[in-house]
Design a protein around this ligand. Structure first.
Ligand code: 13P
Ligand code: SF4
Length: 309
């Protein structure tokens, strides 16, 4: 039996459901029961009836799922699938920062550890950040973290003056402005779609700024046939599947000598492979476990987000 069939068979036997983020490998998206952005995956997790949830994405997504579904077994194919953005905000550093601004509330991007979410008043994703910040009291003093680019963008569209943490995603912050300008010259009139985790100069050159889901929906709805895309390239798989007659042109990253890979892929997301999905279902390992006290506090900030979305 092929690996994909073996995985689906195990899902049936064990009453398991597979979730995959849009940035995972195409073959992972193809075996998933649900694919989506961070918000959609969190919402969907609370609705499914299954004994086992397999989260193919990165560590914080598995944690979020376990916090929302404490009675289910949550597996993630590779515990080493981290996130440079989540890593840029350690709970102890945020606690020290909060102590300096005791009259501020904390709004955290979902790309954070459970420990950081436990110190947070309300979690947001790129899909709902504007909507949620707009609902906070007009005079609220706010710390926003960890993504500085997303925070600046939300400040600009809400007219807020949130105090921003200085974190970034290494994939989204490395798109090359020079290459984007060149693509625009070569493809006059073609819309540029960008994720708000990109740096301000990239966003300034973009026509549509939105979460992975918002960008995908735009490509489906728009009558245009070609798009320039500034986000992790995994999304191109679903864009191409949903719009087989359209063309998607990815913006390349800056090439920094000796650093990282020269593509716009998140290497953490790529750690999810069919073999690891199969093994984790077979052995029911690695299992996501979140400390109960932390999970309880983190639940409040995630639940507040779901209620305000
Ligand atoms: P969304 O899925 O919320 O668009 O976030 C993108 C991301 O970087 C996930 O790690
Ligand atoms: Fe984290 Fe960036 Fe990878 Fe998303 S793309 S998981 S923000 S490192």
């Amino acid at each position: 039996m092929y690996m994909k069939e073996k995985i689906r068979e195990l899902c049936k036997q064990k009453n398991a459901v597979i979730f995959a983020h849009y940035y995972t490998r195409p073959e992972i998206q193809e075996i998933a029961d649900f694919i989506g952005d961070s918000l959609a995956l969190a919402q969907q997790a609370t609705r499914v009836h299954a004994d086992i949830l397999v989260m193919c994405g990165v560590h914080f997504m598995g944690e979020t799922m376990k916090i929302l579904c404490p009675d289910k077994k949550v597996l993630i194919p590779d515990m080493a699938a981290g996130c440079s953005l989540a890593d840029s905000c350690k709970a102890e550093d945020l606690a020290a920062f909060k102590a300096k601004y005791p009259d501020h509330m904390v709004v955290s991007y979902v790309n954070t550890s459970a420990d950081v979410k436990a110190l947070t008043d309300v979690v947001v994703t790129s899909s709902n950040a504007k909507k949620i910040v707009d609902q906070l009291p007009a005079d609220a003093k706010i710390i926003f973290g960890p993504d500085h680019n997303l925070g600046s963008y939300i400040n600009s569209v809400t007219g807020r003056d949130m105090l921003l943490w200085n974190g970034a995603c290494h994939v989204h912050s490395r798109f090359s402005l020079e290459a984007l300008l060149q693509l625009k010259r070569e493809n006059p009139g073609v819309e540029v779609l960008a994720h708000p985790e990109c740096k301000a100069p990239i966003l300034a050159q973009s026509d549509v700024i939105g979460s992975t889901k918002a960008l995908l929906e735009h490509t489906i709805k728009s009558p245009a046939k070609r798009f320039i895309i500034a986000t992790e390239s995994g999304i191109l798989h679903e864009m191409q599947r949903a719009c087989p007659d359209k063309e998607f042109i990815p913006v390349p990253p800056e090439i920094t000598e000796g650093v990282g890979c020269s593509c716009n892929e998140c290497e953490y997301m790529r750690l999810n492979t069919l073999e690891k999905v199969y093994n984790c279902l077979l052995n029911e390992q690695p299992e996501m476990i979140v400390d109960e006290q932390i999970a309880k506090k983190a639940y409040s900030s995630i639940d507040r987000m779901l209620c305000m979305s």
